[in-house]
Write a protein that binds this ligand. Sequence first.
Ligand code: NAP
Length: 247
Amino acid sequence: MVESRVIFITGAGSGIGFDTACRFIKTGATVIACDRDVLGLQKLEQFSQREGKIVEILPLDLLDVPSFNLAEDAVRKYGHLDVLVNCAGICSGTPLDQITIEEWDRTYAVNVKGPFFLTIRLLPFLKAGNQPTIINISSMAGFTGGIKSNPAYSSSKAALTCMTKNLAKFCAPFGIRVNEVSPGTARTAMVENWLDENEIQKFILQIPMGRLAEADDISRVIVFLASKDAGFITGQTIHVNGGMYIP
Ligand code: NAP
């Protein structure tokens, strides 16, 4: 069953999205890997070749909503979509009082507006899918306010959490489940760009399980949410943070 599934993943060129794409590729699913990072997508293509599998790469910028017709075209070929993973996101370490209007708008455009309109454009294909499901990647920051108090990022992720709930209610009558995975701090390019190793070590002291998340801690939960085993779960957040935030 897994082999015939069509999976669309944003942010598939790096970090959590890359690892998630690799995991689905290994199952033999048809993966449409979307990112603005073309080099990252090429690395994913090399991975799939080594595995003897095929991945379809789709360079796309979530800031460019009109270009989402390319995403529709990519999915239309298969006639349906089974899993949409909205993983791409941006975060900066800009101090609260130095955030510009441009940074605020860009953060919301990538983290909330892009995922929303991409989802709406792909909804007709999900309605035709087999046990279709949408998985958004939110953040512990959306629940706690974040580490460095960048409200553009944390509030955009809180908005994504709310959107997950709206979509879950809207999509349930069509048999589409909508959930989110909320990572704590994961060792990916995003974190390594704004925390140095010294800060990371101090940060780890606050995590009960004593380490950062790895990308595969998150991707395994994404694959679970996409599976039959999660068939009656919708509108939920699964927190993956080593106990740092316990709701
Ligand atoms: P990452 O390694 O930076 O991967 C994010 C990917 O999204 C990158 O390839 C990035 O491309 C791409 N992207 C950014 N803006 C885009 C746009 N406008 N259009 C298309 N693609 C775009 O980060 P990650 O840690 O894997 O993060 C994945 C998700 O997890 C994000 O939504 C993030 O907010 C969430 N998250 C991460 C952590 C963490 O600690 N890592 C914690 C909580 C939540 P570029 O490289 O070109 O920017």
